[in-house]
Design a protein around this ligand. Structure first.
Ligand SMILES: [Zn+2]
Length: 465
């Protein structure tokens, strides 16, 4: 009797466990559409930087073989710890240091080299003197070969987070960066599929130089957020980030023209803009430099005579920039207001004035209660509950209570410009998370989840693996 009861109890327990497993599976599958690959293919050298020969080392030698997408197919063992890889007429070959062939490409499938390791942590190699985790895949690229690092996505993130933030920054900021970078990687699988990999190792995708800057705090940030991504309505978010953004971040519609509910302008007052690299900046372009830049960009307006910010977003970023030349006029919009003169404009949040531009007749004075300082309208920023507004040449209205006229109406006549001075705030596109803002929030006790949900309005942190 007791025995029967025991079996029944075990059966009921099993049913209960199975039911709970189903419930758990269901809970995890709430965001079933979010799929994050565990292996990423990072292009190290390709196209113009493709190699014809390179040195590869590994502490215990290599397994040699081919890659079927992300899966390594082992064919041979190479005991040499240092090998040369070369591009030859017959394909890519792996040679010892005396030039004897150890493994040769067949059927145009490229060459995979996987370090022999006894511990997962040991799976690393050097390629041309730089250290990487994971494996190396070489595929033909014209007469040369492209080098691809095939690596676990979290090991890749050690390399990315350590390039994006200093390892001395607060751990909660590093964790926020790790989640943003995981989102970027997950969303951009196959971005460079034409070259045979997912993401490149430059700022075009995310900066990655392998193990060069790894540190304990970076490991902690990536490991403690393992599998975590930002989602909105069950879909992966585009977690854009940039170095600094001034008093508020920008709505994506004023930068790239599209709209996303979680990429709107939010307060960024934890960023210590005045005391960080490129938080405040200014730069000068001569008429000749500005004219050449426009011509090279395909916007030949002749000699640039005037550059004017026509419109600003509510957060104070230029959304229309008119460039007047002696043969044509071009009005730049949204992100191009920053990128066209990107050699001096580090963000879209700037004012521009020509050395011959008319000065306002109206005097504007600012005071701290003791001293009175005269300012030009273009040096004034107005703070409101909507954010910080810079003043453009014709954006300031003055009134005597009877009539209203614009700053432009009250200008003195202008002289020909010989140069243009851009003065601005923040470094980068302004959308999503400010990295220095995240640092400031972390220093003030906010968690990485609080940081992320602040910068990505309405999004949530999800665990997907
Ligand atoms: Zn790229």
């Amino acid at each position: 009797m007791a025995r029967t009861f025991g079996i029944k109890f075990i059966c009921m327990t099993l049913i209960f466990v199975m039911a709970m497993t189903l419930v758990n599976t269901y809970n995890v599958n709430v965001h079933a559409e979010v799929s994050v690959p565990r292996i990423i293919k990072v292009g190290l050298n390709y196209g113009s930087s493709a190699k014809t020969a390179a040195t590869v080392t590994s502490q215990r030698g290599f397994y040699a073989g081919t890659y079927d997408d992300r899966t390594f197919l082992e064919e041979a063992i190479i005991e040499n710890t240092t090998v040369m890889v070369r591009s030859t007429e017959n394909g890519i070959v792996v040679q010892d240091t005396d030039g004897a062939t150890l493994y040769a490409e067949h059927d145009g499938k490229g060459v995979g080299l996987r370090p022999i390791y006894t511990d997962y942590w040991e799976e690393k190699f050097t390629f041309e003197g730089s250290s990487y985790r994971g494996s190396l895949n070489l595929i033909r690229d014209g007469d040369a070969f492209a080098a691809i690092n095939v690596v676990d996505i979290d090991l890749y993130l050690y390399g990315v987070v350590s390039r994006e933030m200093s390892d001395t920054w607060p751990i909660e900021a590093l964790k926020a960066q790790a989640v943003c970078s995981r989102n970027y990687a997950a969303q951009n699988i196959g971005k460079h599929s034409g070259y045979g990999f997912d993401v490149c190792a430059n700022t075009h995708c995310q900066m990655y130089t392998g193990m060069s800057r790894e540190a304990q705090s970076i490991y902690d940030a990536v490991d403690s957020t393992r599998g975590m991504v930002m989602t909105y309505n069950g879909e992966l978010c585009s977690c854009y980030y940039a170095s600094s953004m001034g008093s508020s971040t920008e709505d994506i519609k004023y930068v790239w023209g599209n709209e996303l509910p979680y990429l709107v302008s939010v307060d960024n007052s934890f960023e210590d803009t005045d005391n960080i690299s490129n938080g405040r900046w200014s730069g000068v372009l001569s008429v000749q430099e500005a004219s050449t830049i426009m011509r090279n960009r395909g916007y030949d307006v002749g000699d640039v005579q005037k550059i004017e910010a026509l419109e600003y977003s509510p957060s104070g970023r230029v959304t229309k920039l008119r460039v007047t030349g002696n043969t044509a006029i071009k009005t730049l919009e949204l992100e191009e207001c920053r990128t066209v003169f990107g050699s001096v404009t580090k963000s879209q949040m700037f004012t521009v004035v020509g050395d011959g531009d008319a000065q306002a007749q109206a005097n504007i004075f600012v005071t701290d209660g003791e001293t009175l300082i005269r300012r030009r309208p273009t040096q004034i920023e107005i703070l409101t509950d909507m954010g910080r507004y810079g003043l453009s040449g014709d954006a300031l209205y003055t009134t005597n209570g009877v009539y209203q006229h614009t700053y432009a109406d009250s200008q003195e006549s202008s002289a020909p410009n010989t140069s243009f001075t851009f003065t601005g705030t923040g470094w980068g596109h302004g959308v999503g998370m400010s990295q220095y803002g995240a640092k400031g929030m972390a220093e003030n006790g906010y968690s990485f989840i609080e940081i992320l949900t602040h910068y990505f309005s309405g999004a949530v942190v999800d665990s997907v693996y």
